[in-house]
Design a protein around this ligand. Structure first.
Ligand code: KG4
Ligand code: ZN
Length: 334
C-alpha cells in the first residue's frame, strides 16, 4: 500500500509518499516562512495564496522523488488549521483521488504529529502523547491508532506561540522557537526564576502567565535593551520553565494512567532541551520515550500518509469504516 500525504494546514506546503512496507519514499516541504517573517506571525490570506501557487509542484516533486507512478490512496490534512490553506490541500487531494480512482482519507493534523514518530521508530500502546506546536499544546491518552482521549490542552497560548511571542519581546525574529533554543545554549537557566505553571488538578496548560512574567522582567529593567549574555540567560530561563512544565505534566499523566510509553510530536518537539529532559526523566521513571527526528517534528505530508496507512489497514477488519474524514474528529474528541 502506497499513500500520498498532503499537508497544508498552516504555512508549509508539503507532500510525501509513504509505503506500508518500505516506509518513507519521499518528503517535500515548501516553507512560506520568508513571506510571514516580517509580520511576526502567519497571515492567513498570504498563506492560502502561497499554497495555491506551490501545491502542484510540491505534489509532483514528491511523486517524482518516490520513483513510482503507483499510488493506492490519497491522504490530506482535514483540520485543525487555517480554513483557506486546508481547502487548497483538500481540493488537490480530492481531484487526485477522483482522477486515479483511489480512496481519499482525511486526517486530523494532531493525530499526524503523534504518528510522525512511526516513520522511524515503533509506536507502542497504550501511550501518553504530548503534542506541542505553534497552535496546540495537547496531552493525549491513546490506546491504539484511532483511539484517543484528550486529557488536557492549553487554555491560552500554545507552547510554540509562547516561544514566538517571547522571541518577539526580545527582538529575536520569527519563528521564535529555533532561535530561543539556540540562544539558550549559551545562557544560564537559573539566571531568572520564572514561574512553572503546573496547574494542579487539571491536565490543561496555561502559558500566558509565564509569557507575562518575561514581559515584567524586561519592563523592570526600565526599557533598557538586554545585553547579548542577558538575552541568552532570559532565553535559557524561559525555555527551562516551559520545558519543565511540559515534561512534569506528561510524566504525571503517564503515572496516573499507568502507561509505559510516551510519544512527543509537533514543531516544539524539535526543541533540544525538551528532547533532552523528556528522554532523561523518562528513563528515570522507567518509561519508553519516543520522538520523531527533528526534521519530521514540524509540519509534513509523511505524518499524514502514515495515519492514513493505519486507517486503510483497519478498513479490512472494521465493517463500519467509511471514507468519511469526519470519523477521525469523532474519535479524537471521544
Ligand atoms: O507543528 P508546527 O510546524 O506548526 C503548527 O502546527 O503550529 O510548529 C511550529 C512551531 C512554531 O511556534 C515554532 O516556533 C516552534 O514550532 N518550534 C520550536 C522549535 N522549532 C520550531 N519551538 C521550540 N524549539 C524549537 N527548536
Ligand atoms: Zn503542526
Amino acid at each position: 500500500m502506497r499513500v500520498l500525504g498532503i499537508e497544508t494546514s498552516c504555512d508549509e506546503t508539503a507532500a510525501a509518499v509513504v509505503d506500508g512496507s518500505r516506509g518513507l519514499l519521499s518528503n517535500v516541504v515548501s516553507s512560506q516562512l520568508h513571506l510571514h517573517r516580517k509580520f511576526s506571525g502567519i497571515v492567513p490570506e498570504l498563506a492560502s495564496r502561497a499554497h495555491l501557487q506551490k501545491i502542484a509542484s510540491v505534489i509532483s516533486a514528491a511523486c517524482e522523488e518516490a520513483g513510482s507512478k503507483r499510488l493506492d490512496a490519497i491522504a490530506y490534512t482535514q483540520g485543525p488549521g487555517l480554513m483557506g490553506p486546508l481547502l487548497v490541500g483538500k481540493v488537490a487531494a480530492q481531484t487526485l483521488s477522483r482522477i486515479l480512482g483511489v480512496p481519499l482519507v482525511g486526517v486530523n493534523h494532531l493525530e499526524g504529529h503523534i504518528f510522525a514518530t512511526e516513520l522511524t521508530e515503533e509506536l507502542r500502546f497504550p501511550l501518553v502523547a504530548l503534542i506541542v506546536s505553534g497552535g496546540h499544546t495537547d496531552l493525549v491518552l491513546s490506546r491504539g491508532p484511532g483511539r484517543y482521549r484528550v486529557l488536557g490542552r492549553t487554555r491560552d497560548d500554545a507552547a510554540g506561540e509562547a516561544f514566538d511571542k517571547v522571541a518577539r519581546m526580545l527582538a529575536l525574529g520569527y519563528p521564535g522557537g529555533p532561535v530561543i533554543d539556540r540562544r539558550a545554549r549559551s545562557g544560564d537557566p537559573r539566571a531568572v526564576d520564572f514561574p512553572r505553571p503546573f496547574m494542579p488538578g487539571t491536565w490543561d496548560f496555561s502559558f500566558a502567565g509565564l509569557k507575562t512574567a518575561v514581559l515584567y522582567h524586561l519592563q523592570r529593567r526600565g526599557g533598557r535593551k538586554p545585553e547579548a549574555q542577558e538575552t541568552d540567560d532570559i532565553c535559557a530561563a524561559f525555555q527551562e520553565a516551559i520545558v519543565d512544565t511540559l515534561v512534569e505534566k506528561t510524566l504525571r499523566a503517564a503515572r496516573e494512567f499507568k502507561v509505559k510509553h510516551v510519544a512527543l510530536g509537533g514543531g516544539v518537539a524539535a526543541n533540544s532541551r525538551l528532547r533532552e529532559m523528556l528522554a532523561a526523566r523518562g528513563i528515570d521513571n522507567g518509561l519508553r520515550v519516543v520522538m520523531p527526528p527533528r526534521g519530521l517534528c514540524t509540519d509534513n505530508g509523511a505524518m499524514i500518509a502514515q495515519v492514513a496507512l493505519h486507517r486503510l489497514s483497519r478498513r479490512r477488519v472494521d465493517k463500519n469504516f467509511r471514507s468519511d474524514p469526519a470519523m477521525t474528529f469523532h474519535s479524537w474528541g471521544a
